[in-house]
Write a protein that binds this ligand. Structure first.
Ligand SMILES: [Fe+2]
Ligand SMILES: [Fe+2]
Length: 183
């Protein structure tokens, strides 16, 4: 497996989560009740898989490697991408705050989840477009096959040492259960 290929796969998996979130926002907007547990599960996915795992792979290994190869050319874009990771983190914490201490989601929390859920979807959708079309394409051109494979080996360190294989599998299973419920 190549490092960049792994990141593209993860974008697809995260996009499934965004679809679930979009549906939950739609239902909340229509006045339906949503189990707060499901929103907490989405939050766990956002924090552990999206941020610690996926953004961790990019920030710890891919971005520094590209900057060292490509210098100024990629520096500005990478600065923007890191700033977007940070904004995503802020939206996720607003969403989890909205459900904390609530067995049922009240009106104020409902509108917060809808607003920041939709902001999060918009942010990550355009972020993934930028990475898929510009950054990853550039990386695939600049990195040799060997460097791209080494990148994947470095990514495995993030999964095994920072997150844990079991935790990763649990999160994916949970996402697919939510997809079965909502999509
Ligand atoms: Fe990213
Ligand atoms: Fe990404």
């Amino acid at each position: 497996m190549m490092g960049i290929e792994d990141l593209r796969h993860e974008h697809n998996e995260i996009s499934l989560m965004l679809d679930v979130m979009g549906r939950i926002c739609e239902l909340l907007d229509a006045g339906e009740n949503i189990d707060p547990v499901h929103i907490k599960q989405l939050y766990d996915f956002m924090v552990v898989f999206v941020d610690e795992c996926h953004h961790g792979k990019e920030e710890e290994f891919l971005f520094p490697k590209l900057e060292s190869i490509n210098g100024e050319e990629s520096k500005k874009l990478i600065g923007v991408l890191i700033a977007e990771h940070k904004v995503g983190r802020e939206y996720a914490s607003i969403i989890v705050e909205a459900i904390s201490n609530h067995e049922n989601i009240d009106l104020e929390s409902r509108s917060k989840i809808i607003k920041y859920g939709r902001n999060y979807i918009k942010l990550l959708t355009q972020h993934f477009n930028k990475e898929n079309k510009i950054l990853f394409t550039m990386a695939e051109k600049k990195l040799s096959d060997k460097e791209n494979q080494e990148l994947f080996e470095e990514f495995e360190i993030v999964v095994k040492e920072k997150i844990g294989m079991n935790k990763c599998e649990q999160l994916h299973e949970m996402l697919h259960q939510l997809a079965d419920i909502y999509l």
